[in-house]
Design a protein around this ligand. Structure first.
Ligand SMILES: [Fe+2]
Length: 366
């Protein structure tokens, strides 16, 4: 049965299911955008900053425009800023980012780029499914800030966002939408032990719990995981297995309605094309998702769930010096594989906004 995320940290963990799923083929690779995709238009969410370049961070008119756009749409994209400095590019968003920006542990290892700006933590040679940032834990973020500080000319370094208001409206009346609403979802993560792999070549290792929870102490890692609403079990070779039962929908205070707040980014299908992981049987992969009653997603449900985000995709075609804030309720983000030749770069920084504890869907807000 689906446990509430609030209660799950206090209840005794049930034996965790084996990580496995029925899919080995076909590869579920998102298209991100299609000619038929429908989402908010670029001219609606973009601001040309040419006339604000001299005082980008202290211009009240720019700050007001950013705030208004964010409230209305939840996506603000700055162009022609005249700077590549990631900290300077954050300033117009102060007040929306809400004093967040400190990365305190989750799943993807991240390294600082500049100040409180972190790199996005995923290999360029792997695509990233559309996702809400940190949807797999009960303390998540209201928004995510991205900045492109470097991109070799000619390289397509695009990110994509998916218009979740439209997605929610479209999925709500389908059998999948109703099943997600009724059952919720479960995120299962299998985190490896850094010590065990000290002298073993890295094959199949995705993430060590020491790096995820920023501690080498098992008890402290477990405490931090439970604090985030995760059930914890220790497997062979000190593998940390976490399980989080979550509602599929979340109340969005900005627009006073419930929105879908889940995707298959954390399903084991993600690893179908990952170097060092793709060869592994499904049960040895680091992630798995089920419905909240522990039942599997069918192939048809996987296809629909991946496809509906592509149907509402929007391309963010970065140039150096551009920055965007993405409301984590109203948009998902993701990207295809980035092809870089020797000497080519694509540096995208990320700052996580204000953290909040999930409340799930609220009655009367559909
Ligand atoms: Fe992300």
């Amino acid at each position: 049965m689906c446990a509430s995320p609030m209660a799950s940290s206090a209840t005794k963990a049930a034996p965790l299911v084996t990580i496995a799923n029925a899919f080995t083929k076909p590869h579920w690779i998102p298209k991100f955008i299609k000619p038929s995709s429908v989402g908010v238009k670029k001219e609606e969410y973009s601001i040309d900053c040419t006339r604000y370049q001299k005082n980008l961070g202290r211009n009240d008119e720019l700050k007001r425009r950013v705030r208004d756009l964010y409230q209305r749409i939840g996506l603000v994209y700055l162009q022609n800023t005249g700077t590549r400095n990631a900290e300077e590019l954050q300033r117009p968003f102060e007040g929306i980012l809400g004093g967040g920006g400190v990365y305190t542990g989750g799943a993807n290892p991240r390294s600082p780029v500049e100040g409180n700006v972190y790199d996005t933590g995923v290999s360029m040679s792997s695509f990233v499914h559309y996702h809400h940032e940190m949807a797999y834990v009960d303390t998540t973020v209201r928004n995510v800030f991205f900045t492109c500080s470097d991109l070799t000319p000619g390289v397509d370094g695009s990110s994509y966002v998916s218009d979740n208001v439209r997605v929610t409206d479209n999925i709500a009346r389908t059998p999948l939408g109703m099943k997600l609403k009724d059952l919720g979802v479960c995120y299962i993560r299998k985190l490896t032990d850094r010590e065990h792999y000290l002298h073993i070549p890295q094959v199949g290792v995705y993430n060590h719990w020491q790096k995820s929870f920023l501690t080498g102490d098992m008890k402290e890692a477990e405490r931090r995981a439970r604090e985030r609403g995760l059930e914890v079990e220790w497997g062979q070779n000190r593998e940390m297995i976490t399980k989080y039962y979550a509602p599929s929908y979340e109340y969005c205070p900005d627009i006073d309605r419930n929105l879908l707040y889940a995707s298959l980014a954390d399903h084991s299908i993600w690893f179908d094309t990952w170097p060092l992981v793709e060869h592994l049987p499904q049960e040895d992969r680091p992630l798995k998702m089920t419905f909240g009653d522990d039942s599997e997603f069918s192939e048809e449900e996987v296809a629909q769930f991946v496809g509906i985000y592509d149907d509402h995709g929007i391309q963010l075609n970065w140039s150096p010096g551009e920055a965007a804030i993405v409301c984590n309720y109203r948009f998902l983000h993701g990207r295809p594989v980035i092809h870089l030749n020797a000497g080519e770069v694509r540096t995208l920084g990320v700052v996580l906004g204000e953290f909040f504890k999930r409340v799930g869907a609220l009655p009367g807000k559909w």
